[in-house]
Design a binder for this molecule. Structure first.
Ligand SMILES: *Cc1c(COP(=O)(O)O)cnc(C)c1O
Length: 399
């Protein structure tokens, strides 16, 4: 790996995220193992694949057995189509007025949950002489988007009279599937069944019924239906600490790394970084790393006793994290030199720093950690030990 990486001299700075596509495939296979053969897997690649890179993750997931993709909004879907991904793509969010034609032209499947939006899609489809397949979204207790069960009858009546529309799917979203206590999840499941009955009674025959996210898929097999939507766990993370981690064996997909850019000895009593908040208490070997909060390495970590891995050991952060750099203490790590590989997320030697560890320190969730790894950090896609693509500020390069 390292030899190959140094070939890319156009990288002005050694900061990168390795995206392990074999782990994507492994995670997909784990979900295949716990779902029935007729249940399809939808790979959720919104937010640029939770920060991992939607295109390569989508390809790897489809190759491993996922049959569909989903993104949050139109542009994210167009990005995938431009990279010649031809699998069905569901837009999970509501479509803004006047985007109907674009969705149709790029063959993206919209989510519909209001009469207004159904009318707009019907009209756009009629104009283009097409029939549009959509998924109906139900709000069974998330309180976000979706038609409420009380309003479902009205929407179904409108849909019965709107031409050029075909209800391919019906879905809803869990809000507490990752919690141990399943009463609320069971209530949502119950409401979902009631809505399905109404939809059936109104004469619709949607073939793709789906409800479960990663947590729902792992924890609540009654929610598998025709398709499950795998997001966070596609990337190798458990949705929370409360899920049973023995159900599926997940492997984290992202490793975030850099190299020591500068190294110097500071005498006792010298200050480090903005505000001079850290003062050396001994002669200190300070290593400067060439990334900062503008890369998604969160500034707040400086107050959290955080560290990175150097030569397999933990090197504590010294002072505030800057926009493009921060400093760590390597005094106790013998033999450190400029150019040494530093692990920000991942393993080195016996030690590991996971996105979960970082999320706990920052009082947030693993989802947010990988999503916020900045666009300045090149994504290096690795498959069977080989680099297959690179995505950086300079563009996308397939090997
Ligand atoms: C993001 C999202 C998912 C994926 O959820 P995970 O917890 O990441 O598995 C599934 N369904 C909908 C509607 C979503 O917005």
């Amino acid at each position: 790996m390292n030899e190959v990486l140094t070939c890319f001299s156009e990288w002005h700075r050694p900061v990168w995220a390795e995206i392990d596509l074999d782990h994507v495939a492994h995670n997909i296979r784990e979900f295949q193992r716990i779902t029935p053969p007729h249940t399809q897997l939808m790979a959720i690649v919104k937010a640029d694949g939770y920060g991992h890179g939607a295109v390569e993750v989508a390809k790897a997931a489809l190759e491993a057995g996922a049959s569909r993709l989903a993104i949050a909004f139109l542009e994210e879907g167009i990005v995938l189509r431009r990279k010649e991904l031809s699998a069905p793509i569901l837009i999970l969010g509501v479509s803004a007025p006047d985007t109907e034609k674009a969705a149709l032209e790029h063959d993206l499947t919209p989510t519909i949950c209001t009469v207004d939006s159904a009318q707009r899609f019907s009209q756009a489809a009629a104009t283009l002489g097409k029939t549009i397949r959509f998924h109906l979204k139900l709000d069974t207790g998330m309180g976000r988007i979706g038609v409420r069960p009380e309003q479902l009858k009205e929407l179904l009546e409108a849909l019965q009279h709107l031409p050029n529309l075909e209800m391919e799917g019906v879905f809803s979203h869990f809000s507490k599937a990752d919690e141990k206590e399943k009463t609320y999840t069971q209530m949502q499941l119950h409401r979902y069944h009631e809505c399905l009955n109404m939809i059936h009674a109104a004469g619709f025959r949607p073939t793709i019924r789906h409800l479960a996210n990663s947590a729902g898929t792992m924890e609540t097999s009654e929610a598998h239906f025709d398709l499950v939507r795998i997001g966070i766990s596609l990337y190798g993370f458990y949705p929370s600490d409360e899920v049973d981690k023995t159900t599926v064996d997940l492997r984290p997909v992202m490793r975030w790394k850099t190299r020591i850019a500068h190294l110097k000895m500071l005498p006792t009593g010298e200050r480090v970084s903005y505000g001079g908040m850290f003062t050396t208490r001994r002669p200190t070997m300070v290593a400067t790393l060439p990334l900062g909060y503008a890369d998604g390495f969160r500034r707040r970590l400086w107050t959290k006793n955080w560290h990175v891995l150097v030569r397999g050991q933990r090197a504590p952060i010294l002072g505030k994290i800057c926009m493009d750099m921060f400093m760590v203490d390597v005094t106790d790590i013998a033999g450190t030199s400029i150019g040494d590989e530093v692990v920000l997320i991942g393993s080195q030697g016996e030690n590991t720093i996971s996105a979960d560890d970082m999320a706990n320190a920052l009082e947030t969730i693993n989802y947010e950690i990988t999503c916020l790894v900045g666009k300045r950090v090149p994504r290096i896609y690795v498959k069977q030990g080989k680099i297959v693509a690179i995505e950086s500020l300079l563009g996308y390069q397939s090997m």
